[in-house]
Design a protein around this ligand. Sequence first.
Ligand SMILES: Nc1ncnc2c1ncn2[C@@H]1O[C@H](COP(=O)(O)OP(=O)(O)OP(=O)(O)O)[C@@H](O)[C@H]1O
Ligand SMILES: [Mg+2]
Length: 230
Amino acid sequence: MEENVLSYSHVNIYQGKDLVLSDVSIDIGEGEFIYLIGKTGTGKSSLMKTIYGEVAIKEGDAKICGYDLKKLRRSDMPQLRRKLGIVLQDFQLLNDRNVHDNLDFVLKATGWKVKKKREERIDEVLTEVALPGMGDKMPFRLSGGEQQRLVIARALLNNPILFLADEPTGNLDPETSDDILKLLIRINREHNTSVLMATHNYQLIDRYPARIYSCANHSITLEKGIQRAV
Ligand SMILES: Nc1ncnc2c1ncn2[C@@H]1O[C@H](COP(=O)(O)OP(=O)(O)OP(=O)(O)O)[C@@H](O)[C@H]1O
Ligand SMILES: [Mg+2]
């Protein structure tokens, strides 16, 4: 049997001393697309933060991409993060450098030593998110949707196994939101990348149904009755 990309069993998630989510047991299979819903403050981002090691897990079992989060050493963290494509609520683009250099910065930081290979990879991901030839533009001169696509391109650079998208359509108009979701679905299908997407956008969920985990009352449950995968 293939191993899950993510497997949490009886995990408690804290922010400081506050228990945000208790007894979390969730699985994400290889190539699965999953929505994470729940009102503001119910813990969606906190769950994501445990996955990329920003919030530590002290109670329960948590395995991600073959790593046991509780046994993870600090020195393992860069390796784990390379297997994750992370798209956060704020874009966190470097506004003092152009699109190309934003991507090159990540490649250099993750061990891509050969310039020619970096250039090829940058061209590939920009084409993949439909921003070809935009390397010279400054991020703040891009539209919101283009910035989000650049952030997705940046998250794609190291061919992640699991894509974490925290409200990737948060500030975008309906048409642009639809484009972003279609892009994530295409990445999911073409690369078999698992996707966990936190969202408040129920229209998109209706249009592109998939398995849904729902955060409420300090716990996470699987929404019943939804069978169809994206
Ligand atoms: N850095 C932090 N320190 C302390 N408490 C925090 C921190 N970040 C979040 N919290 C608290 O944890 C709880 C869950 O917040 P979280 O950001 O995970 O919610 P969310 O579901 O992502 O909300 P939203 O839909 O608004 O993004 C909230 O009560 C919040 O106040
Ligand atoms: Mg959040």
